[in-house]
Each structure stands twice: as structure tokens, then as C-alpha cells.
Design a protein around this ligand. Sequence first.
Ligand code: PLP
Length: 340
Amino acid sequence: MSTELEWSKLSFGYIPTDYNVRCYYRDGKWGEIEVSQSETIELHMAATALHYGQEVFEGLKAFRRKDGKIGIFRLEENARRIIESAKGLMMEPVPEELFVEMVKKVVKLNERFVPPYGSGASLYIRPLEIGISAQVGVKPAKEYMFLILVSPVGPYFKEGFKPTNICITRRFDRVAPKGTGRWKVGGNYAASLEAGELAHSLGYSAVLYLDPKEKKYLDECGPANFFAIKNGRYITPASESILPSITNKSFMQLAKDMGIEVECRHIPVEELSEIQEAAACGTAAVASPIGEIDDLDTDHKYVISKDGNPGPVTTALYNKLRAIQLGEEEDIHGWNTVLD
Ligand SMILES: Cc1ncc(COP(=O)(O)O)c(C=O)c1O
């Protein structure tokens, strides 16, 4: 049975599906996988997730491919990243095989919500782990819940693949220099809300954060990594305070495959005046081209796209990655997990 949603009109929001899957860590071991139809969870009021932010999550997508099958993009990479995030918050890591099994199961169970090939929409997969045992002192929980929900999401670029403007502000930091920025933890996002709202209220699509120690180098771009094309080379920030984006990792590989040199290094803000293309990259949009970067503190405007269009390298990388996800091009790196 397929479902009758207007796929191309979906936004990046929550749409109820049929099932979610859950697993609990208790008495020193992970239990059986549970399938649930409930959209709520019952939680002890003293759970560490609620008081001390013991929460880590992931975001990945399943696509209906050209051959009609369902493919999940870079499943193992996401499994490995949530392990690192969990370790960072002293949480019990979800074993990679359990993560993989549960993602496949929840996608299969909600197969009718995987949007059709060609709609531009996909099934967003949101795994999350929380500390659930009651604790009043600041200590890691002894018990954990791992849950995966899914929701169909629409094409990111409803008006087409067009550049948007972003801004730099030194008024806010998302994370501390040796803090939690390299992990996908809820608190980082809470800390980014005020800056994000400011940027949106001024008409920008995101904030380009600078490194929180010196505020000299580019860090990342709201909930996405940043890359630029400078004299034919792919440049992207090396930083301890950014999330290692799986999309960025994929682009770096594709760039190398295309014979483009890749530099992962500190990028001083002023270098923005020497780049020819720039984009934010992440699971949600794949690549989101940047038109102009306005520094709100110095009033300097870095105009990246002179003609209002995405640059050729950004476009080529975006098209290539999308084609691999949709099974239109050969997946030479084995990035897709195709379900039977
Ligand atoms: C802070 C942050 N940086 C970068 C990314 C992009 O990572 P990925 O490409 O793995 O989705 C995300 C989104 O997942 C994010 O939340």
C-alpha cells in the first residue's frame, strides 16, 4: 500500500508515519528491538536527558531509487558518528550492527512513506539516544533509550537550486573551543537558536560561525558544513568545533574523483574575498549555494555569486551526489545500503 501525500509539497517537518523502533540499555546490556506505533515516550521526570542534556542524535535519508528499490545513504557512517557523540557525553554507545539493523527495520516498516523516485522528496531518518535513568547529581545515566523515528520530507529547493545569503556575527558562539561541537548533541542546537533567529529576521538563511577561540577562521554554517571553491580547489574548514559532516566527506571524495584538489585547513575570514564559489552542505539540502556573505560586525559584504547562479563546481558536485543517492549513477564507493 502506498500513501497519498503530496510529496513535492512536503516541507522539512514532522509527518506521522506508521511505526518507530526502540531499544533499551539496562543492566549492562541492550535489549530486544521493540516496534511501536505510539508517537510519545514515557520518561522518568529525573532522567538525565531532561536535566543534564544527555542526548545525541543523527540525521540520514532513504531514497526511492531509479530501479524502484529503497537506498539508505551512508548508513554505517552515521552509525559510527553517533557512537562518537555518545562517548563524548559519557553515554553507552549503540553498537554499529544494532544501529544498522534498526534503521533498516524502521524504513522497511514505513515503506509506504518513502516518496516516489523523481518527486525530489525522501524519507528522513532521525535516530536519537537519551539517558533515561533518574539522577539528581550530575552523573551519567546507567540506562539509555535508543529510538528511531522517520518522516517523509520534501525537496529542499522548492524554487530551484539557487544561492541564498548568509551572515557572520561575533555576538554568538554555538559551541566552546574544546566543547561539544564535533558531536551531534541537542544542546549545540539549543545554543544556536538565538543566532539563527537573528539571521532569519534579517533575511539570511543561516549564520556562518567563526571559530569560538579566536573568531578568525570559518567554522560551519548553521546546521551544515561550509565549503568553497578557490582557484579550482575545494577548500573546507578544519576545526575541532564543527560536526564532521558526512555530506562534506562525500563531496571531498567526489571532488578528488573529479581531479579537484581538496584542502581541509583553517580558512581566515578575509579569504572569503578570494573564493569563486561557496556552499553549505549537509543531509537536508546536500549543497546549498551561497550568494553573498555579510559580516554584520564589520559591514563587509563578500559577494560570492556575481550572476546570482550557483557555481559550476558546486553544481557538478551536487548533481553527482544526488545521482548516486538515487541510483542513477554507479555507487563506486559503496555509499548506499539498498534494501531487498
Ligand atoms: C551542526 C551541523 N553541521 C553539519 C551538518 C551536516 O552533516 P551531514 O552532512 O552529516 O548531514 C549538520 C547536519 O546534520 C549539522 O547539524
